[in-house]
Design a protein around this ligand. Structure first.
Ligand code: NAP
Length: 485
């Protein structure tokens, strides 16, 4: 299917139920990273459009906050159905603007629907408390209510599901939203506006603006009507937004960068570890916040693991994500290719040995070979920096203690993985790892039912799980006195 025949390719912003252009009429082009072709344009909105979107969300909140949990739950169920009824069209659009394989794009859209369904269920369970009172004539009630207008800023690597984790709990809690998708993948974000209309969600409950990140982000963080900012993206931008939010003391949720370790102990099932490694590394061409950044392999099995990982990486089918059987699409842009190349050059200069891939793919453009680098050392760049590309550096370690120290030696703390068949070690290591998500003998662990989020500089707050609605709710204590008892 051609992008321009896709029902979900909408080249407008949604503000207060109206589909609009930027005030200036200016646009941004959106390219398909697999072909370099322009798919279309979206409005280059800025401060004024964002302020109007916030006003629309504030106006909608006045009535939306009074809807019942059951009504909102039903809206979310309809939203879930609208997504699943159109999974294929949404996946095609996602692959065209982002590059990931259609298989992964279908999975991401399914995951979006999964989050929405989960929060349809959670909407009805945001219980309060009746607390035993120290006074005979007073009662203590603790209730939950929506925080109000929230603003969501999301990255290009999961343009659909990162919004699902924010829009889902926002609606469940009774909040209204202003959403700013990434400029390289705006259509999957704008599609949430179309889907909301299909699901009968009232105008103004979801508003979508595309365009200048600094202008939109500036207005969102400055405007006192916005009560909460939820951001998924790089740690650098997250820190900047945190500072900007301080001025109006907004609530914040931050899903930031990662530097995931993947530890393989001598006693592991090596084939299972290799299978997990491929999924944890090369999914989305290595461009996920939970992708393995550092493989630590115990000395006895080091060579065997490296050989098997190199062989498996060499078998991955690289190509346009729309083609059948493709497992790894292009990187998002040429800048990403240059970053990956610089990391490989740095590693080889410092003694790293390329045992698979290592260069641009013969398909050209931003396609890159799945790469494995043996003999990785702490002084190499990727030990500290997020790779965000298909490189597997493999380090050697001797003891369990050493592996834990190496794994924790980073300012990040999002995801970690390790493989062992020793039950005691499984508990020891999982408790010692300073990470928000830990996979034991599993390389892909994200699911709507579990909380997702990081320790340290990987973020604040959790998305998904029963925890995922917390940040969208205020807690209110009401003391009812004068009961004359
Ligand atoms: P990014 O550069 O931080 O951009 C993320 C979003 O922030 C985009 O919408 C971007 O807009 C916007 N933005 C950039 N500068 C801004 C500013 N000054 N004010 C307001 N908004 C601004 O990150 P990315 O490169 O798209 O995404 C990759 C990063 O996201 C990685 O570090 C990855 O680990 C992280 N990530 C984390 C999670 C998680 O759950 N922890 C999940 C996925 C990704 P434009 O597109 O218009 O520039």
């Amino acid at each position: 299917m051609l992008a321009n025949s896709n029902a979900y390719l909408k080249e407008k912003n949604l503000i207060g139920g109206e589909w609009v252009d930027a005030d200036s009429g200016e646009t941004l082009s959106v390219n398909n990273p697999a072909t370099g072709e322009t798919i279309g344009t979206v409005p280059r909105s800025g401060k004024a459009e964002t302020a109007r979107a916030i006003d629309a969300a504030a106006q909608a909140f006045a009535t939306f906050r009074k809807t019942t949990a059951l009504e909102r739950s039903k809206m979310l169920r309809r939203l879930h159905d609208a997504i699943m009824d159109n999974q294929e069209a949404l996946a095609q659009l996602l692959t065209q603007e982002q590059g990931k394989s259609l298989f992964e794009a279908r999975g991401e859209v399914g995951m979006s629907a999964g989050y929405v369904l989960w929060f349809a269920e959670e909407a009805r369970r945001s219980y309060g408390d009746l607390v035993p009172s120290p006074w005979a004539d007073r009662r203590i009630m603790v209730t939950r209510q929506p925080v109000g207008v929230i603003a969501a800023i999301t990255p290009w690597n999961f343009p659909s599901s990162m919004l699902a984790r924010k829009i889902g709990p926002a609606i469940a809690a009774g909040c209204t939203s202003v959403v700013k998708p990434a400029s390289q993948t705006p259509y999957s974000g704008i599609a949430w506006g179309l889907l909301a209309e299909e699901a009968g969600i009232p105008p103004g409950v979801i508003n979508v603006v595309t365009g200048s990140a600094s202008e939109i982000g500036g207005e969102i963080t400055r405007n006192a009507k916005v009560k909460k900012v939820t951001f998924t993206g790089s740690t650098a931008v997250g820190k900047q937004l945190l500072k900007q939010c301080a001025g109006t003391v907004k609530k914040v949720s931050m899903e930031l960068g990662g530097n995931a370790p993947f530890i393989v102990f001598d006693d592991a099932d090596i084939d299972r570890a290799v299978e997990g490694a491929i999924a944890a590394k090369y999914r989305n061409s290595g461009q996920t916040c939970v992708c393995t950044n550092r493989f630590y392999v115990q000395s006895k099995i080091y060579n065997k693991f490296v050989d098997k990982l190199a062989a498996a990486a060499g078998e991955l089918k690289v190509g346009n994500g729309l083609e059948e059987g493709v497992q790894q699409g292009p990187l998002i842009d040429m800048k990403a290719v240059e970053t990956v190349e610089a990391m490989i050059a740095d590693a080889t200069k410092k003694g790293g040995k390329i045992v698979a891939g290592g260069k641009r793919h013969e398909l050209g453009g931003s396609f890159f070979e799945p790469t494995v680098i043996a003999n990785a050392k702490p002084r190499m760049k990727f030990t500290k920096e997020e790779i965000f590309g298909p490189i597997s550096p493999v380090y050697k370690f001797k003891t369990e203690e050493e592996a834990i120290d190496l794994a924790n030696n980073t300012e990040y703390g999002l995801a970690a993985y390790f493989y062992t068949r020793d039950l005691g070690r499984a508990f020891r290591v999982s408790e010692a790892l300073e990470y928000g998500l830990v996979g034991v003998n599993e390389g892909v662990i994200t699911t709507v039912e579990a909380p997702f989020g990081g320790f340290k500089e990987s973020g604040l707050g959790r998305e998904g799980g029963h925890q995922g609605i917390e940040d969208y709710l205020e807690t209110k204590y009401v003391c009812v006195g004068g009961l004359g008892m």
